[in-house]
Design a protein around this ligand. Sequence first.
Ligand code: KG4
Ligand code: ZN
Length: 342
Amino acid sequence: MIILGIETSCDETAAAVVGDDRCIHSNVILTQLNEHRPYGGVVPEIAARAHLDYLDNVIRKALATSGKELESLDGIAVTGGPGLIGGVTVGVMTAKAISAVHNLPFIAVNHLEGHALTARLTNDIHFPYLLLLVSGGHCQLLIVEDVGKYILLGTTIDDAIGEAFDKTAKLLGLGYPGGPALEAAARRGDPNRFKLPRPLFARPGCDFSFSGLKTAVRNTVHKFPDQRLSTIEAADLAASFQSAVGDVLTDRCNNALDAFIKIYSIDRPQLVVAGGVAANFYIRSCLEKLCYQREVQMIAPPPKLCTDNAAMIAWAGLENLRRGGSSNLNFAPRPRWPLDEL
Ligand code: KG4
Ligand code: ZN
């Protein structure tokens, strides 16, 4: 089975061809960083227009690189939500058109399910597993019971984690995109220089909170004359922020592992980390440490498959299609689409 995947839910225009033998035949990602940089964040209208301009060529390139013709495919998978609705609509309409013309199954994929199932594309893992989903719009702990079967253990009660990284980076003048810029700055910084809160740390449950941490960073910045930090001060604050986030994620995952073991009586569950923030090597190392201590296997896809891409959409489409889960052509793009609603 070979599927074409299309991803247009945020600021990456992407297309990929993936097989059920877990071979990624092509994985084309065109980022719109230059379009959004002047605004310091993603502008939905600009994103939608850029997807419209670029998507045809990105699909053409993905097919050419894979050496596959549309006629030889088994289906077209596309992000159907959640995401910026203009971009999602561009992807969905394109996929529907290709599906109708070439008489191929159309699969509307939940973008979060794309992140959630990536580890099954890159690693040999089986259901059920524990998932820490850390992306631009989400921060959740879930049990992945099967394709389309998710149990929510905890979620952020305020900001998403990627948003916290991006806003903190902006506050520190580290540039755009914020997450990778903050990680790079933190590498040169002292994580013990600034004392920052660790919201919900050591409390029961698996929920997250980041707004207090963001405010604490802002208050720290405001204490500097003219709110101007030297490069080394910004690096120290970035490292202190990242260290607080690492502690919180470790603590919450520890509770989630307890919950998972209680439900399934599995001695050695697998913890999968997915979503854009899972590309962060410091965060990965914190979770690796926890998993080592608890004798649990941790799986994080390669960074390029953690941030938005279409290979994960093709794979999730494939996993749905082989269970008979194609979509109707009257599918309406969804700006909101929680995983546990699947
Ligand atoms: O999964 P993703 O590509 O898009 C969404 O579905 O949201 O995640 C994007 C988020 C952004 O907030 C970005 O700053 C963050 O992931 N991110 C990172 C890193 N790379 C991307 N955050 C921290 N460290 C990184 N290296
Ligand atoms: Zn994403």
